[in-house]
Design a protein around this ligand. Structure first.
Ligand code: NAG
Ligand code: NAG
Ligand code: NAG
Ligand code: NAG
Ligand code: NAG
Length: 418
């Protein structure tokens, strides 16, 4: 699993009751800022229960209790409290795995005043898959995050604490919060209509072909809101009249695309790519307005197959044939494209530029192809299974699209080994 999904391994902890949460295993989610000997960035599996959305990073000092080290009993019985005094960093309670369920450990830690709880695994193993979190009756009252860490990290922290050092920690909760509670997943695909540029483009069109069926089902059933995007360059004002800009740009230097790397002797230039990109963006707009955004997938796959540069068919005529075969109103597309020779703005491309330049919390998109899922740039493999899995993780238990199961990406397991 680790290999298959690259550096993002997501594990679900399924809770029931009013408060559903997931436990997500992530690299870089936990940072020890002191002491020097164990300073560094670590992996952890974080579950956020009722943590307020605005808590993005939790900074605290780690404490390992002298008694009740598994946090399976009330800390009141041991006469200890982990409430921090004014001016002190909040307490992150380190406890050991075993004897009782995670929810109970978090509950007792919270009652004793801890701001977060780290559960150290009790055997040496990679952070393992845990699925159903038991003891849900406590869950609705839990407001602190819980992070499962490896035994070896737990041991290192204990060793540092034993020798009297102060262990400071940063827990990054952004990712686990982003995973929660989406009724509808949003995703964007930053792409280009130029599919003939070597391995990177091959991968792109292969993904679109393979993902098309899933994308259409998800969209039709209302599980996703998909938007395609196209990168746009512009020609600096002083160069608008140069041959270079004229070959690569439309609308008087406003919107440009690089000339395809691969030349089949057909002389397709950046301007042609830009025009087809605009046509695709307009097709999406028109299809979306008619309530059928998924037609974009049908169009793009058909266009990539039929209207290749290699066969000198990367043309308006070929594109229009595909558009008509899909029953889309061509006049609406033409109207959206507008006069690309004129010195005017195009509203669709203006919106694309905004989207590209960081209007959105996902940061600037600088590379093609890029997939943005729930406002985060997806870094995994551009491959059907991996992408579906990431999208499926947007949903709460029992609300996932059935395709998430039928494609075999969401096995349901039960919290085991306590
Ligand atoms: C608990 O702590 C309080 C205050 O620190 C102390 O007065 C009391 O004797 C302690 N009780 C027990 C059972 O240790
Ligand atoms: C959880 O919170 C609810 C409402 O705030 C309260 O009625 C209930 O007693 C709490 N449960 C526990 C186990 O403390
Ligand atoms: C597509 O349509 C939906 C629903 O009408 C709308 O909310 C969304 O903003 C549209 N997307 C684009 C890119 O126009
Ligand atoms: C994103 O692009 C805009 C415009 O090019 C720039 O002003 C901004 O600094 C960029 N943001 C990041 C995070 O790179
Ligand atoms: C960002 O986009 C939203 C709509 O998508 C728009 O309402 C808002 O004005 C934009 N912000 C900027 C700074 O362009």
């Amino acid at each position: 699993m680790r290999e298959k999904f690259g550096f993002l391994i997501c594990v679900w902890i399924l809770l029931w009751g009013d408060c559903l949460a997931k436990l997500v295993v992530e690299k870089n989610s936990l940072r020890l800022t002191s002491p020097e000997s164990i300073k560094g960035v670590y992996e952890s599996a974080i579950g956020t229960f009722g943590v307020p959305q605005y808590v993005k990073t939790l900074v605290g000092t780690v404490v390992y209790p002298k008694a009740n080290q598994r946090s399976c009993k009330n800390f009141d019985d041991f006469n200890v409290s982990f409430k921090s005094k004014p001016g002190e960093l909040p307490t992150v309670l380190l406890v050991d795995r075993g004897d009782c369920y995670f929810a109970l450990k978090a509950w007792y830690a919270q009652k004793a005043g801890a701001a977060a709880v780290l559960v150290a695994d009790d055997i040496d193993e990679p952070l393992i898959t845990i699925d159903t979190l038991k003891n849900a009756r406590y869950v609705q009252n839990i407001t602190i995050p819980l992070a499962l860490i490896t035994k070896s990290l737990g041991d290192s922290i204990k060793k540092a604490l034993n020798s009297g050092e102060m262990v400071n920690i940063n827990l990054d909760l952004t990712k686990s919060l982003a995973h929660r509670d989406h009724k509808r997943a949003k995703y964007e695909f930053w792409t280009s209509s130029s599919y003939e540029c070597g391995p990177k483009c091959d991968n792109q069109i292969e993904f679109v072909n393979n993902f098309k069926g899933i994308a259409q089902v998800l969209e039709q059933k209302g599980y996703t809101q998909f938007t395609p995007h196209y990168m746009i360059w512009y020609c600096p004002q002083a160069f608008v009249l140069t041959r270079q800009c004229k070959l690569q740009c439309i609308n008087h230097g406003r919107y440009c695309a690089p000339t395809p790397e691969q030349d089949f002797g057909n002389g397709y230039v950046g301007k042609d790519v830009m025009l087809q990109n605009l046509r695709q963006a307009c097709l999406f707009k028109v299809a979306n307005e008619s309530g059928k955004p998924w037609l974009w997938w049908a169009y793009v796959t058909e266009f990539a197959t039929c209207c290749t540069m290699k066969e000198k068919k990367y043309t308006k005529e070929c594109a229009n044939q595909v558009i008509q075969s899909l029953g889309i109103d061509l006049s609406k597309i033409d109207k959206c494209i507008g006069d690309t020779k004129a010195d005017v703005e195009n509203p669709v491309l203006e919106a694309e530029e905004d989207a590209q330049n960081g209007n959105g919390s996902h940061g600037n998109v600088t590379e093609l192809p890029t997939l943005v899922i729930n406002n985060r740039q997806y870094k995994g493999k551009l491959e059907k299974g991996a992408v579906l899995k990431e999208i499926c993780e947007s949903f709460q238990e029992k609300t996932e699209p059935s395709i998430c199961f039928s494609e075999g990406h969401l096995p349901v397991r039960v919290e085991k080994n306590l």
